[in-house]
Ligand binder design. Structure first.
Ligand code: FES
Ligand SMILES: [Fe+2]
Length: 337
């Protein structure tokens, strides 16, 4: 599992006042909570007293109170109160739990699980739209190969097949014919674009415009985030519109993955924001469910037969993705040796 990275533990709207939030990310069990000053902390989900899950406890006056004997921990993981302590005893210095590095960015709390010496090398994806655009997100657990999950968003050639119904009503009838890609591979990310053909019907064209070609950008940041960005230019009295899908994924443990799909948009259904959210959430769920069928199917055959895929020239984004993945994976592996 790739631990030396920042992963989204939760969005701010998922962390409720006076509530504990339990997560398992790259095999690490954590519990998140907010103190009375609003500081958020990610602690190891294990009480140092009798080794039980702290997430079975509660938030008490801004401290995490263990549910078993009531020991209380502050946001640094230090035990600050033990109810059973005798008057002549002080809190043992070993009474603390691990606090993970945490940062707030793009309306989400990101937690770092790796070695301290590698923290400065871990990059966050660029998701500036999440600060300004309306967005929805959904979480899905699946049993799949993380590399296939990572590239599924920018595997353009699957869209016409897997998402032929869901994408049509989201973006009109866009088609990905034999596509020319432009791809730039950087040190820890790749960025590319291609054009999609707009075969929409009259009603869809009235909304999305008459442009024959729709510019689509994509990106991937090793090892946990990808993006697909569709742009519709200004048309009649409709301003330019964008639909950006991010996917953020990680191994929960050896067996299962978490995939968070985040859909952000600008100027789509702008006169009815609640409807826009409802619509986008529904579509987003549908799109991920359509993908999961194939992502899990691939893992089924790989596990059963130890097969390799037959990649051809038309799988160009996959080839670039593999180069980037292998370079970064081998580099972090070498450091371990
Ligand atoms: S096990 Fe947590 S207080 Fe005893
Ligand atoms: Fe897909």
């Amino acid at each position: 599992m790739i631990k030396d990275q920042w992963y989204i533990a939760c969005f701010d709207k998922e962390l409720k006042e006076n509530k504990l939030l339990k997560r398992k990310i790259v095999g690490e069990e954590i519990v998140l909570f907010k103190n009375t000053e609003g500081k958020v902390s990610a602690l190891e989900d294990r009480c140092c007293h009798r080794n039980v899950h702290l997430s079975n406890g509660e938030v008490h006056e801004g401290k995490l109170k263990c549910g078993y004997h009531g020991w209380e921990f502050n946001t640094s993981g230090k035990c600050v109160h033990i109810p059973m302590l005798e008057d002549n005893q002080s809190i043992p210095s070993a009474a603390c739990v691990k606090a993970y590095p945490i940062q707030y960015k793009y309306k989400a709390y990101w937690v770092y699980f790796g070695e301290e010496s590698k923290r400065q090398d871990a990059v966050l994806p660029e998701m500036p739209e999440l600060d300004n655009y309306p967005y929805v997100f959904n979480r899905h657990t699946l049993k799949a190969n993380i590399k296939l999950v990572a590239e599924s968003l920018f595997d353009a050639q699957h869209i016409n097949h897997v998402h032929k119904h869901s994408i049509n009503t989201l973006l009109g009838k866009l088609r990905e014919p034999k596509t020319e890609y432009s791809i730039e591979i950087k040190d820890k990310s790749l960025h590319g674009s291609y054009q999609r053909i707009n075969n929409s019907n009259l009603f869809e064209k009235l909304y999305f415009g008459w442009e024959k070609h729709i510019q689509t950008k994509f990106a991937f940041w090793y090892p946990h985030s990808s993006m697909l960005d569709s742009y519709f230019p200004k048309h009649m009295h409709f301003p330019a519109r964008r639909l950006i899908i991010y996917e953020h994924f990680y191994e929960i443990d050896e067996n299962e993955l978490m995939m968070i799909q985040i859909t952000a948009w600008k100027n789509i259904f702008r006169f009815n924001p609640p409807f826009a959210k409802w619509f986008m959430k529904r579509k987003s769920d549908q799109i991920v469910e359509e993908d999961i069928v194939f992502l899990e199917s691939n893992r089924h055959w790989h596990d059963k037969e130890k097969l390799t895929d037959l990649i051809i020239k038309g799988d160009e984004p996959t080839i670039s993705f593999m180069q980037l993945w292998n370079k970064n994976f081998n580099r972090s592996h070498e450091k371990l040796d």
